[in-house]
Design a protein around this ligand. Structure first.
Ligand SMILES: Cc1cc2nc3c(=O)[nH]c(=O)nc-3n(C[C@H](O)[C@H](O)[C@H](O)COP(=O)(O)OP(=O)(O)OC[C@H]3O[C@@H](n4cnc5c(N)ncnc54)[C@H](O)[C@@H]3O)c2cc1C
Ligand code: FES
Ligand code: FES
Length: 480
């Protein structure tokens, strides 16, 4: 057990002992820590809630013992202990010792990609991550890399040009030259469990599930975090002092993905971006939903366990996982059980998970050949937006074209993710044609009493929910 954290910054190991009076708190964000240093003011605070990307930094993580994986993240959402054992790269680290700009920086200069400059360090860091991960990015990949970065004055055209240019004409990247030294430094950081205790806070970062359960027994009120993209806002927006935290992000048992002919099992601590390549082929509807989930910076942190743990009625993975017939694995100190998502959500942010249980994985059955599964997100803009409502639908038909099974799961229509069971019952056994679908559309009203809020009126939600079913029908018929 160690009580301080270590990470690599400016090509050296930095250690923080939180017990010293001048030290930051365990819940100090990486953004605020960096802003307190003399040489790292490039990182900016815009929103402090993951929406603007002005605080984007890149984390380097060891893969095996030989290479480093680079991920863009919002430093406003990261508590300091979350970067233990990682390399923290800021915009100041991109130019080389002689002051030569990094290829992504030069490309930004050459294409006039900056005006007031407030967003520029964050944009440069997102482009740096793209540069490290992709050789010939498509326009879609460039747009996706920039989804989490808001620029209010330059306009995105020159920034997109800079991205395309830098990633195709890769110049000298001095960070690659330094790789073996950084790998050596990262390897020298102990991977032991962390227990930080200050006068006001306790922060546990265990490395095994058994240790998580032991901490929970002793600290039943401790807040569990995984990627902290939901929980960090309690600190940055509500200015809450969270007294006790159990951070799951180093528990290897929660990070496995297992593929069998029947199902894909994804550990609760797997980030959405880590899971996406494993999901794309067999679960395209889930993949499509993840493609419009937050931004790269969010998906590099956010986990399935966190989305299911929050149990928000507008959680984006929930309706489509329900459509696939997914189950959560809930594990307590002594036993484990599998619960279908249909039975998991009980009410507004209320679930069947007992206080001493954790979500350890989600099991997603592979749909039968010929079954159609689709996901839909209705939001004010396509990217980095909260759902107004969403749908995850699955259709199984018989050879005679009648409906054998159908799942119509909706988010944003009730206090929890919920199925339109009246419409489902009506459709089973009927021909899957426009006439029956139009009748079923009216029945959706029977299962939901949506509310009006800042995003939409109840009436909008009612009409949109019906239209999503019509869209589902159109999509299934079009693809026949
Ligand atoms: C800018 C921004 C954009 C976002 N965009 C989207 C979006 O498009 N769609 C969407 O659905 N959400 C979105 N979110 C919300 C959030 O990113 C997701 O809910 C995410 O999946 C949470 O995962 P996490 O690992 O970060 O959770 P955390 O913040 O770590 O935890 C969330 C909750 O789950 C609990 N929890 C975590 N892991 C477990 C576990 N293993 N067992 C039991 N409980 C657990 C925690 O105690 C906490 O209550 C966004 C958030 C931000 C800040
Ligand atoms: S400050 Fe806006 S995303 Fe972090
Ligand atoms: S250059 Fe001003 S916000 Fe982007």
């Amino acid at each position: 057990m160690i009580s301080e954290i270590s990470f690599v910054l400016d090509s050296s190991i930095v250690a923080i002992d939180f017990t010293k009076p001048s030290s930051p708190k365990p819940t100090t964000t990486v953004l605020n820590y960096l802003r307190s240093l003399p040489g790292h003011k490039g990182v900016k605070e815009g929103c402090a809630e993951g929406d603007c990307g002005a605080c984007t930094v890149v984390l380097g993580e060891l893969v095996g013992n030989k290479s480093i994986r680079y991920k863009s993240v919002d430093s406003c959402l990261l508590f300091l202990p979350m970067i233990h054992g990682r390399q923290l790269i800021t915009v100041e680290n991109l130019k080389d010792r002689s002051g030569e700009l990094h290829p992504v920086q030069s490309a930004m200069v050459e294409s006039s990609g900056s005006q007031c400059g407030f967003c520029t360090p964050g944009i440069v860091m997102s482009l740096f991550s793209l540069y490290k991960n992709t050789d010939h990015p498509t326009r879609l990949e460039i747009d996706d890399a920039l989804t989490g970065n808001l620029c209010r004055c330059t306009g995105y055209k020159p920034i997109i040009e800079a991205a395309a240019h830098a990633c195709v004409h890769k110049g000298l990247d001095h960070l690659s030259g330094d790789n073996s030294r950084i790998i050596g430094l990262l390897k020298s950081i102990p991977k032991a469990p962390i227990h930080i205790k200050t006068k006001l806070q306790s922060y546990f970062k265990p490395t095994s599930l058994s240790a998580v359960f032991s901490h929970r027994r002793q600290h039943p009120k401790a807040v569990i975090i995984s990627g902290a993209t939901d929980i960090a806002l309690r600190v940055t927006k509500k200015h809450e002092l969270i007294r006790e935290i159990i951070d799951l992000s180093d528990v290897a048992e929660l990070k496995a993905i297992a593929n069998s002919p029947a199902a894909l099992t994804i550990g609760a601590g797997v980030t959405l971006n880590e899971a996406m390549p494993r999901i794309e082929r067999d679960f395209p509807a889930l993949y499509n939903m993840l493609s419009v989930f937050g931004s790269q910076q969010i998906r590099n942190l956010a986990t399935f366990g966190g989305n299911l743990g929050s149990a928000s009625p507008i959680g984006d993975t929930l309706p489509v996982l329900m459509a696939y017939g997914a189950k959560v694995i809930l594990k307590g100190p002594k036993s484990s059980r599998n619960v279908f998502l249909d039975d998991y959500f009980l009410g507004y942010r209320k679930t069947a998970r007992a206080a001493n249980e954790l979500i350890t994985a989600i099991v997603i059955p592979k749909p039968r050949n010929g079954a159609a599964v689709r996901s839909y997100k209705v939001s004010k803009r396509k990217d980095l937006d909260i759902s107004t409502l969403s749908g995850g639908f699955k259709l199984d038909t018989k050879n005679d074209g009648t409906v054998k099974n159908i799942v119509l799961a909706y988010g944003g229509m009730a206090e929890k993710t919920k199925r339109a069971t009246t419409a489902e019952r009506f459709l089973v056994g009927k021909k899957w044609n426009r006439e029956t679908v139009e009748l079923a559309m009216l029945l959706i009203d029977k299962d939901f009493t949506p509310i009006s809020d800042a995003r939409a009126s109840a009436e909008f939600r009612r009409v949109a929910a019906r239209n999503l079913l019509l869209k589902f029908w159109t999509d299934t018929v079009r693809n026949e």
